[in-house]
Design a binder for this molecule. Structure first.
Ligand SMILES: NC(=O)c1ccc[n+]([C@@H]2O[C@H](COP(=O)([O-])OP(=O)(O)OC[C@H]3O[C@@H](n4cnc5c(N)ncnc54)[C@H](OP(=O)(O)O)[C@@H]3O)[C@@H](O)[C@H]2O)c1
Length: 721
């Protein structure tokens, strides 16, 4: 046992004293003792190889993943009831008690931020190893994103960094990773990505920084119908999710900075936004929460902006990355999300926004919020058409409920004497026909729909490492597909009945902004809704109101509640009466747009959980003494070409073209198999690079050696072109 614990803790020399073992105690299993030893070592500051620890612990018992309440990381104390005496969890900085019934409401806008200063003298204080994840090797520039990748590579290399381009192949091949000069080709699968990163962290010098430009672009047809989910745009989400799933499991020894670059995935101004692209924020925000060794930031830009390469270079090229986790670059301006408080109007008697004779349709009306809302509206005298996935028993579809049954049927039955009525309709919001049919039959039966509350949602919480390929689809069905179907169903209602509801009220979550462990897909789905609500503002003559909620005070799964429910969670959450009251006030205040509803001040929570405020250890301080100026690298030994050296890149172009690894700067073009056709091809290849001027054909043919050709095209006025 002792040997086993020492193998999985570093340093090897650490002495271990095991807690006394009581044979009669059920808890005194080998696994338990081993865990205690590891915990003691870890608390004493010893680095534990947790992966190996979990591998070795597996034979001693099955690991259990305990589901936690949502936002468990945020001020909720989650600990089993039988917590060891005397153990208290320290309060997080910025964590606050909720003042009685305090509610904070915000709108999200964008505020202009300072532009970063370019690195002094064009050089960087510390030479870093960068991975640029782009679809094409350096030099190729078919699309705007290739040009951006090339521009960034040049800037980083000019600043003295080593840059490795990582390209995904079109299809998997026999070897999942293939290196060609400073380009690494990997399989376009998660396995390919994993094989690459495993090799990367095992290497002598793993990457310090990663820039992800994969699937950067992709624009919707401007007249595209918002009701149609543009699945091709979800490729960006898939790419980032794969990356996050792989990086979340890596046992990194030193932190790595990751920038994910998006193209118009947020709406800074009145520009159009494609909600599908906004989904990348889910995994991007959650990744550092699940693996704090990865600092992840999102830089959103407009790829068509001239000079965007230099803007991006200044953003990512700082010696110490900025604290903002999310920035948007537009033209010469830099923006960050901002949360300004909005005051909600009080309800004025006689001017209620929810009418006693109103007709309201609620998707997921038997969910927790849906049922509270149904009860309120029916007690008000309204008609609620309650859409629910499970099949509706006959005696309920007319609104009658059997008093002997439990749960929602009991609660609906209790409404029997109310002024209003509830009508149950079976329907799945991800199925357009069933949803559209429900809207249609409501109008036929009751003459109109005053408002739709879209409360369908699925919180299938899975850590990135546990996610399956189907996890996101489940989350997306209710929100992403669901809200698109609501839009289309209203379109159809307009064409068949010539009418539409006054408002659509969407229930999104704070997870779309704060993320949260195990919430990558959930945050992505809610982020989609947030962007969708912006995209459709003012469309179809409907008020589109989107609300992002903090926790409501509902019991979580029964057995979890018993063990984990704490007074603090209850204190922090909104009661359903509070929630319903806020819904009414939102409807009375907001015409169109988004409201964030939080039970504690929100901006400090964003800073705490989203903005990456890295603590810079002395090791990470830019070290002027060790500064290696780019010139030093370039004037090093001619024979040893450093990875990333422009001559090495030049030679790689030649090697790739001629298919021979052994070619050196002293070789002659014709001696290594060149001919006039290949000379023309080489000319075309070299012309794509900005590092040197384009060679004339006769220069390639006439040069004594490749070194000679390189000197020629880099010399004279053109050399710094
Ligand atoms: N409660 C909170 O604290 C909180 C906080 C922030 C945001 N929200 C959001 O508010 C909304 C309501 O929350 P809640 O707590 O009431 O959730 P809930 O109790 O989990 O209810 C969600 C309901 O959505 C239904 N649903 C899922 N997929 C559906 C589909 N494709 N078609 C029709 N119905 C579907 C589920 O029906 P089945 O029973 O058939 O699965 C379930 O009844 C959710 O969107 C949630 O994300 C809630």
């Amino acid at each position: 046992m002792e040997r086993s614990t020492q193998r999985i803790a570093r340093p090897e020399s650490c002495r271990l004293s095991q807690p006394a073992r009581d044979e009669n105690d059920e808890e005194s299993t080998d696994r338990h003792v081993l865990l205690e030893c590891l915990g003691a070592l870890w608390a004493a500051g010893v680095a534990v190889d947790w992966k190996r620890a979990s591998d070795q612990l597996e034979p001693f018992g099955t690991r259990r993943r305990l589901p936690l309440p949502t936002y468990s990381f945020d001020g909720h104390r989650c600990w089993p009831d039988d917590q060891p005496a005397g153990l208290t969890l320290p309060r997080q900085p910025g964590e606050r008690e909720r003042h009685r019934e305090a509610v904070f409401t915000y709108a999200q806008t964008w505020t202009e931020k300072m532009l970063p200063r370019a690195a002094p003298g064009g050089g960087s204080a510390k030479a870093l190893r960068w991975l640029v994840l782009a679809d094409r090797p350096f030099g190729e520039a078919e699309r705007a994103e290739d040009m951006l990748a090339n521009s960034i590579t040049r800037q980083l290399e000019d600043a003295g960094h080593e840059v490795v381009r990582v390209c995904r192949r079109a299809k998997p091949s026999n070897s999942s990773v293939k290196i060609k000069g400073s380009t690494i080709f990997i399989d376009p699968t998660r396995e390919g990505l994993k094989a690459f990163f495993d090799a990367e962290i095992a290497s002598v010098r793993p990457a310090d920084r990663i820039l992800c430009l994969w699937h950067l672009s992709g624009t919707a047809d401007p007249c595209e119908d918002p009701g149609m989910v543009q699945t091709h745009l979800l490729r960006s989400y898939d790419a980032i999710l794969d990356l996050a799933r792989v990086l979340s499991t890596l046992a990194l020894q030193t932190p790595v900075d990751l920038w994910i670059v998006g193209d118009k995935s947020v709406q800074v101004d009145e520009e159009p936004v494609d909600p599908e692209k906004a989904c990348v924020f889910g995994p991007a925000i959650v990744l550092p929460q699940e693996n704090p060794m990865v600092d992840c930031r999102v830089v959103d830009l407009n790829i068509d902006d001239p000079n965007i390469g230099y803007q991006l270079g200044a953003e990512i090229g700082r010696d110490v990355p900025g604290a903002d986790a999310i920035v948007a670059l537009r033209g010469n301006r830099r923006w960050g999300p901002h949360f300004s408080e909005v005051a909600l109007a009080s309800q004025i008697s006689g001017r209620e926004t929810l009418r006693s004779k109103g007709v309201y349709l609620i998707t997921a009306a038997l969910g927790r919020i849906g049922l509270s809302l149904t009860e309120y509206l029916v007690s008000l005298g309204a008609t609620v058409v309650a859409i629910t996935r499970p099949s509706v028993p006959d005696h309920l579809s007319s609104g009658r409920a059997d008093l002997d049954e439990d749960g929602w049927t009991r609660r609906l039955a209790a409404l029997d004497g109310s002024k209003g009525q509830v009508v149950l309709r079976q329907g799945d919001v991800s199925d357009f026909d069933s949803l559209s049919g429900a809207l249609d039959s409501t109008v036929r039966e009751f003459g109109r729909i005053d408002g739709i509350f879209h409360a369908a949602g699925l919180a299938d919480l899975k850590f990135l490492s546990e996610m399956k390929d189907t996890t996101s689809a489940g989350e997306f069905a209710s929100k992403l597909v669901g809200i698109s179907n609501v839009y289309r169903a209203i379109q159809r209602l307009q064409s068949t009945h010539g009418q539409s509801p006054e408002f659509v009220f969407l229930f999104s979550s704070l997870a779309s902004i704060l993320g949260g462990p195990a919430m990558a897909a959930h945050a992505a789905a809610n982020r989609f809704m947030d962007a969708f609500a912006r995209q459709v503002q003012g469309k179809l003559g409907v008020r589109w109101i989107n609300s992002n909620w903090d926790d409501w005070d509902y019991s979580y799964d029964e057995q979890v509640t018993a063990a984990y429910r704490t007074r603090q969670a209850e204190d922090l959450a909104l009661s359903s009466d509070e929630g319903i009251n806020i819904i009414k006030r939102i409807l009375a205040t907001i015409d169109n747009g988004q409201v964030i509803v939080a039970t504690r001040p929100f901006p400090p929570r964003v800073r705490q959980w989203v903005d990456q405020v890295r603590i810079i250890t002395p090791d990470e301080q830019p070290d002027e003494q060790n500064r290696s100026p780019p010139e030093e690298v370039r004037t090093g030994k001619d024979e040893v070409l450093r990875h990333g050296d422009p001559r090495s890149i030049f030679l790689d172009e030649v090697k790739n073209l001629l298919g021979a690894e052994e070619i050196g700067l002293d070789d002659n073009f014709f001696d290594v198999g060149g001919d006039s056709l290949l000379a023309a091809e080489l000319q075309a290849h070299l012309t794509k690079s900005d590092r040197w001027r384009s060679p004339q054909l006769d220069e390639i043919i006439g040069a004594a050696t490749f070194g000679d050709l390189y000197e020629r095209i880099c010399s004279g006025d053109h050399s710094s072109r």
